[in-house]
Each structure stands twice: as structure tokens, then as C-alpha cells.
Design a protein around this ligand. Structure first.
Ligand code: ADP
Length: 423
């Protein structure tokens, strides 16, 4: 649809429509790039299944949210129909004229993209070609791009890559100890993910310290369903725990993280697993879920652990203990990349909310002079940000991530610089 089709002229606020398209879901938000204010947000999930649903939250004012259920759409419906429902809602709410561009989260940009990029046919082809490195994510991201190009044919579409922030990693960090030609001919190297989140929280920490990001040296732990640790030197990512795919690194909700690669041969040759079964085992049945045999959800595991009458209490504690130890080890090992360290950042659903996990991790990092303030740690949850360390410790910040805002900001900046280039 064109910008002219909206019912009447809305306010003059300029906003970016941010789209994060997964294989069976679309997350979307309409954001004012300068203030970060979310005008509308929502989630369509279980797409192309009988459970398909879409919920849209319209933030008429910050303190006055209205949840609009559009589950009345006849399921199963797909990405295209979900995005059409979004467009209809934007028209109804008179918000279409506010949108100046669409910013897409794209997971894998390989070595091609270190910056936000205006999407054209060539860029789409490259994203498609990179699907060999991210078979679950890049094709879904392309579905979102194609659907938005149809729905918003007059608007610029911009790709913001999860891998972009890590393109500053030096060779010593991104090369595997494998034959060099695997890198040269087949692009097998470490790329890293969660780049927009690590970039956002590093920026916020720089603001807390009141110094330019370019002078900050930080270690950032994004702990959600997927988890990664990144080391930031002079404002740039110089190493990160995820690798060619998001499977490498620390233990996660359902992913194993690092294992001895020979376990794969053992599973196939000795235990009769197929390659697909190994893939599912390592990506979907391991991590917190696999070790606890209970859940991948940190909240469920914490309450099981704390309930001593729960027969799964011990195993839940074991899973959480291994999880935290592996993260603490990763943080400690990344200190080798720095000669100065300003502080540690926790973000993501677990990092922002679980005082237990943060305490368990920080208590293993005394040698790096990280010491927790128990009171601040308990108090910093549910969207609050702050330093949870004692005054003599290096700071440990809890910072709520906001990848959507980064995508909106970077999309708007790209438009501005393109316009400036045209003058
Ligand atoms: P995703 O990687 O899918 O974006 P999130 O960043 O939302 O995931 O993180 C999800 C994780 O955060 C889950 O393990 C969930 O249990 C955990 N989490 C959310 N709130 C809490 C809480 N209050 N206490 C402990 N863990 C929490």
C-alpha cells in the first residue's frame, strides 16, 4: 500500500516500522527513532499452523496501552496475512503516514555487511546466498522483507544485521583452528550474533560512565533463550562467544554451547544418531532443558530449585549451576582480550531479571575484582537498570536491552546520511 492511502493526516511524528521475522513468527514495532518511544508493537506467532495468532499493542500514550487481539483472523494464516493485518491496523489507527522507513532485523550478513544497508535486489540476493550459513533465520528474514516491500512499496527498507557489530573482530578471534582454505573457499569462520543488543547495552554503559563509547572497554553478557558474551575494546567488538552459528559458546536454554566436536562422531557412529537427530539434540534438546530434564525456562528452573519438596529441585540446581559456571568462565577468558576493563553488563531476559544467576556468575569473578552488592542485585529486576556491584568493585550493570530501538535509530540515520549524500 502507498503512504497516501491512510485515512487522514496524523501527527507529524516520524517513525520506523521495525520487523523481526522468524520462521514461524513476526515481531513488529513502530518506534520514534530519536526518543525510542514505541507507538505500537506486537507479535504474530505459530504462523502457518492452526494456532496462528496475532496481538497488537497500541501505545496511545506511554501510560495507556491498548491490547488489540486480532486472533479472529482465520487460522492458519501466514507471514503475508499477518503483515496485511498489521497494515490494516496501522491504517485504522491513522499511523501509516508516520512511517518513513522499514527496518528489518537480518540475522546473518556474513563478511558482506558491517553497516546498516539499504535493501535492493542485490542485497536480497546476498541475504539469500548467506542462508547457507543461517538456514533457519535468513530465509525467514527474506519473507519479512518481501512481504513489507509489497505492503509498503514506497518506503525504503533497511537491513540491520545481527553479525554486523562483530565484523570488527580481528583474525585471531574469528578464525577456527581448521585448514585455512575452509575459511577462504567456504567462509567457515566465527561471525557472532546478538550484535545489536551488545551494541545497545555498551552504548548505555558508556552513558552511565559519561564517556564516549570509543573509550569504553566492557564485557557484555546477553542471557536470554540464546546466550552470548562479547568483549568490547574501545567501543568495538573484538571477540564474542557465538561462532559461525549461534550454537557455539556458552550453554543456553536449549543449545549445548561448546562441546568436544568428537561427541558428534560418537553419537553417530556408536549410538546410531542421524545427522538431523544430532542437530536437533544440540540445538533444541540440550542446554538448561537437556541437563535439567525439566525446562529451558530459567523461571521454572529457579522455582523448582528453591522448592526443596520438588523432586526435580536438585537437577534444576545442577543445570543452573553448570549454566552459570560456563558463563563465568567465558567472561573470565575474554579478559585476555583487554588491558583495561571498565565493567561487566548483564542483559537479556535472564540477565535483566534473575538475581540468582547474576549472583552465581559474579561470585566466581572475584579475581577480576567483580563483587556484588546483594541488596542492589535483588532490587534490580523487571526493567530497572543499574550497577549491582559494591563501590570498591568494578561496576556490574544490569541494562534492559532494546534491539528494536537500535534498528529504528540506525535505519533513520542511514536515511539521513543518504539524503545528505544526495544534496
Ligand atoms: P529471547 O532470547 O527469546 O529473546 P528473552 O531475552 O526474553 O529470550 O529471555 C528468556 C529467558 O529469560 C527465559 O529463560 C526466562 O525464563 C528468563 N526470564 C524472564 N523473566 C525472568 C525472571 N523474572 N527471572 C528469571 N528468569 C527470567
Amino acid at each position: 500500500m502507498s503512504k497516501q492511502q491512510s485515512a487522514s493526516t496524523p501527527t507529524s511524528v516520524e517513525a520506523i516500522l521495525v520487523i523481526n521475522c522468524g520462521s514461524s513468527s513476526v515481531k513488529f514495532s513502530l518506534i520514534e527513532p530519536e526518543s525510542g518511544t514505541t507507538l505500537l508493537s506486537g507479535l504474530a506467532e505459530c504462523l502457518s499452523t492452526p494456532q496462528a495468532s496475532i496481538k497488537i499493542r497500541h501505545n496511545a500514550r506511554i501510560d495507556n496501552e491498548e491490547l488489540i487481539e486480532t486472533s479472529a483472523l482465520a487460522a492458519p494464516f501466514d507471514h503475508q496475512i499477518a503483515l496485511s493485518a498489521l497494515v490494516n491496523k496501522l491504517v485504522q489507527l491513522n499511523l501509516v503516514d508516520n512511517i518513513i522507513a522499514v527496518g528489518h532485523r537480518v540475522v546473518h550478513g556474513g563478511e558482506h555487511y558491517a553497516q546498516p544497508t539499504l535493501i535492493n535486489t542485490r542485497v536480497k540476493k546476498t541475504i539469500e546466498a548467506l542462508a547457507k550459513l543461517a538456514p533457519l533465520h535468513n530465509p525467514a528474514n527474506l519473507i519479512g522483507i518481501n512481504a513489507c516491500q509489497q505492503a509498503f512499496s514506497t518506503l525504503p527498507q533497511v537491513a540491520i544485521f545481527d553479525t554486523a557489530f562483530h565484523q570488527s573482530m580481528p583474525e585471531k578471534a574469528y578464525l577456527y583452528g581448521l585448514p585455512f582454505e575452509l575459511y577462504q573457499k567456504h567462509s567457515i569462520r566465527r561471525y557472532g550474533f546478538h550484535g545489536t543488543s551488545h551494541y545497545f547495552v555498551a552504548n548505555q554503559a558508556a552513558k552511565f560512565m559519561d564517556k564516549p563509547l570509543q573509550q569504553c572497554n566492557l564485557i557484555s553478557a546477553h542471557l536470554g533463550n540464546g546466550c552470548s558474551v562479547t568483549v568490547i575494546k574501545n567501543g568495538q567488538s573484538v571477540d564474542t562467544s557465538m561462532g559461525m552459528t549461534p550454537l557455539e559458546g556458552v550453554m543456553m536454554g536449549t543449545r549445548s554451547g561448546d562441546i568436544d566436536a568428537s561427541i558428534i562422531f560418537h553419537l553417530v557412529e556408536q549410538l546410531g544418531f542421524s545427522i538431523e537427530q544430532v542437530d536437533t539434540l544440540l540445538n533444541k534438546k540440550s542446554g538448561l532443558l537437556g541437563l535439567s530434564e525439566l525446562s529451558n525456562d530459567c523461571r521454572t528452573l529457579e522455582s523448582a530449585m528453591l522448592d526443596k519438596n520438588n523432586p526435580q529441585s536438585t537437577q534444576a540446581e545442577l543445570a543452573l549451576t553448570v549454566f552459570c559456571y560456563r558463563i563465568a568462565k567465558s567472561i573470565a577468558s575474554f579478559s585476555a582480550s583487554l588491558s583495561e576493563l571498565d565493567g561487566l553488563i548483564f542483559t537479556g531476559g535472564i540477565g535483566e531479571n534473575s538475581s540468582w544467576v547474576r549472583q552465581e556468575i559474579v561470585n566466581q569473578l572475584g579475581l577480576l575484582n567483580f563483587h556484588l552488592c546483594e541488596e542492589n542485585n535483588q532490587a534490580t529486576r523487571f526493567g530497572t537498570s543499574g550497577n549491582i556491584a559494591i563501590s570498591t568493585s568494578r561496576p556490574c550493570w544490569v541494562i534492559a536491552t532494546n534491539e528494536e530501538w537500535v534498528i529504528a535509530e540506525q535505519t533513520a540515520q542511514l536515511l539521513k546520511s543518504n539524503l545528505a549524500g544526495e544534496l
